[in-house]
Design a protein around this ligand. Structure first.
Ligand SMILES: Cc1cc2nc3c(=O)[nH]c(=O)nc-3n(C[C@H](O)[C@H](O)[C@H](O)COP(=O)(O)OP(=O)(O)OC[C@H]3O[C@@H](n4cnc5c(N)ncnc54)[C@H](O)[C@@H]3O)c2cc1C
Ligand SMILES: *[C@@H]1O[C@H](CO)[C@@H](O)[C@H](O)[C@H]1NC(C)=O
Ligand SMILES: *[C@@H]1O[C@H](CO)[C@@H](O)[C@H](O)[C@H]1NC(C)=O
Ligand SMILES: *[C@@H]1O[C@H](CO)[C@@H](O)[C@H](O)[C@H]1NC(C)=O
Length: 497
């Protein structure tokens, strides 16, 4: 409880700062340049679509991001209500060559990926969750966060393979090659559960993309981000879901060695696909500790799976039998809301004890140093997955991962801080730290030198080939030229083909 209260207090500060910055809403030179475009969008779209300007509460909500370093002051924001309006907006932006952004859940950890100084398209009005009992699929709007999808499916006792923690957007998660879920060991990656994308192409034409209707676009949308247009709805397979077991346990730094041993054993020996963990080596204001999120898809886990973790004396724990959405909301993801943040990732074959020790050392090494540069929360997240996770796909063709011959587990680090003057230091630390973990894994004999890097967790200057592989990059570039010859989507940020 002490931890909760501390985290709540520190979470509020940057929100106030952010509010102050953005509420000012001063006119800028850009304002004069883009304002006519915002008016044209307002006039050209249906009454249900709205345009918002600095000073409006909706504008402030639209430009807000989980990481304040991923937010920018847009000239205006627009909340389209229909796919046809999205098409109209894209035509206006394309013909005027106006920079824009598309925002789903706003959890991009890279600057400029879902923000702009131009026109921000906020997808929040696409919020339907329509379950089809006959097809056992669900249509979900591109403006939703996973929490809402889980909550809407719970009365049907069904679920989808989505994000593990509260607040993450459906759209970026899927389009960025996602994702890694509590249910991935049982059912695979989220992209492997998508059966259709409703897509507004860069020329404004609306299509439903399925494996049968357009195999190339279907392949490209599974990891290719916003390169091919704006997705308005996803159709996903659903799976049976009852109550689950798990939650968050936090331990003092004196228990890190025990948690490391338990994590290594879990990673090497647990084969029950209903079980999953994330071990989070961290420092909070420079003080080391470790958090573990445990998950079991059942009322109670069988004996032996989590016992090693449960017998270590903890600081706090909320592990219990609960519904799925409550477990997702228990993850400590919002206490850094509004801080600056950077993510980076390395694909790992095996979490060996020596590699885990090195990951621990990285956390303490950077956590101590970066605390002097307004570092707040430094975490290295260990997420072991089963070797079988890529075998659940009905089609083995997707932009990410570059290869499906081996499955890798995404290790990721995430640094949160306060002062923008230190941005470059944190970005460089995230590069160096990931490079070191990768080097150590290679030195141990893990075949990760060319393992595909997970786009959703990769730092912004990661080469395309590292994520998608040389062959897929060539295919994706050709597809991009065909779908978007005028390079309309090049006006939006993100990894670009
Ligand atoms: C706290 C946290 C927890 C996370 N947990 C997980 C996890 O458990 N598993 C996992 O695999 N990943 C996880 N991630 C990574 C996550 O998948 C990415 O951050 C993802 O891109 C977030 O999607 P979003 O819609 O919230 O992001 P946004 O910032 O809204 O968008 C991200 C990108 O997608 C594009 N985009 C968004 N909507 C559309 C659209 N409708 N059409 C076209 N392009 C669009 C944007 O332009 C942008 O380039 C996590 C991230 C955070 C910050
Ligand atoms: C795409 O599919 C959805 C769901 O089946 C449907 O509501 C929509 O009208 C379709 N759109 C087009 C352009 O065919
Ligand atoms: C976390 O923040 C998001 C907004 O980004 C919100 O939708 C979600 O409900 C929050 N989760 C919790 C548990 O407070
Ligand atoms: C800990 O990590 C730092 C930074 O990568 C490295 O320089 C140092 O040698 C490491 N220490 C140990 C004991 O591995």
């Amino acid at each position: 409880m002490f931890l909760r209260s501390l985290l709540q207090v520190v979470a509020i500060t940057p929100l106030i700062l952010l509010g102050h910055n953005y509420a000012a809403g001063e006119a800028s030179a850009n304002g004069l340049l883009f304002d006519p475009i915002c008016k044209q969008i307002s006039r050209g779209t249906s009454a249900a679509t709205s345009v918002h300007y600095p000073g409006d509460l909706q504008y402030f909500e639209d430009i807000s991001h989980w990481a304040s370093s991923s937010a920018q002051r847009a000239m205006c924001t627009v909340r389209p209500a229909t796919a046809a309006d999205v098409g109209t907006i894209l035509r206006i932006l394309g013909s005027n060559r106006t920079p824009f952004a598309v925002k789903g859940g706003g959890h991009a950890s890279n600057p400029g990926f879902s923000s702009t100084a131009g026109v921000l398209i906020a997808m929040s009005r696409f919020s339907e969750v329509t379950y089809g009992a006959a097809s056992e699929t669900v249509v979900v709007g591109a403006g939703l966060i996973w929490d809402d999808v889980y909550a809407a499916l719970a009365p049907h006792n069904r679920n989808v393979v989505g994000g593990r923690v509260t607040g993450v957007g459906v759209a970026g998660f899927i389009l960025g090659g996602g994702g890694y879920s509590w249910l991935t060991n049982q059912y695979g990656l989220t992209i492997d559960t998508v059966t259709a994308f409703e897509l507004v192409k860069p020329d404004g034409v609306i299509v439903n993309v399925t494996e049968a209707s357009d195999p190339d676009l279907f392949f490209g949308l599974k990891g290719g981000y916003n390169n091919f247009g704006i997705v308005t709805r996803f159709t996903l397979r659903t799976f049976p879901q009852g109550r689950v077991w798990g939650g968050l346990t936090t331990y003092l730094f004196t228990k890190i060695a025990d948690v490391t041993a338990a994590t290594a054993r879990f990673s090497a020996s647990v084969t029950d696909p209903k079980a999953s963990i994330i071990s989070m080596y961290n420092t909070l204001f420079g003080v080391p500790g470790i958090f573990v999120l445990m998950f079991y898809d059942g009322l109670e886990p069988p004996e032996g799976i989590f016992d090693d973790f449960l017998k270590i004396p903890h600081l706090t724990s909320d592990v219990s039998s609960r519904d799925f959405v409550s477990l997702v909301k228990a993850a400590p993801a919002n206490f850094t809301y509004g801080r600056r943040a950077v993510f980076n990732t390395v694909s790992i074959e095996n979490y060996t004890p020596t590699l885990l020790e090195a990951i621990h050392n990285e956390t303490v090494f950077w956590g101590t140093r970066l605390a002097l540069k307004s570092g707040f929360f430094i975490t290295c997240d260990v997420e072991p997955f089963l070797p079988t996770i890529l075998s659940h796909a009905s089609s083995s063709s997707s932009a990410y991962p570059a290869t499906r011959s081996t499955r890798f587990s995404p290790f990721h680090l995430y640094f949160a801080w306060t002062l923008s003057v230190f941005d470059a230091d944190f970005h460089e630390a995230a590069r160096q730290s990931a490079a070191r973990i990768k080097e150590l894994a290679v030195r141990e004999g893990q075949k990760v030198a060319d393992a595909p890097t997970y786009p959703n967790l990769a730092i912004y200057d990661t080469p395309l080939e590292a994520m998608y592989g040389t062959d897929n990059v060539a295919k994706l570039k050709a597809l991009k030229n065909k779908v978007d010859p005028e390079n309309v989507m090049g006006l939006a940020g993100g990894f670009k083909f």
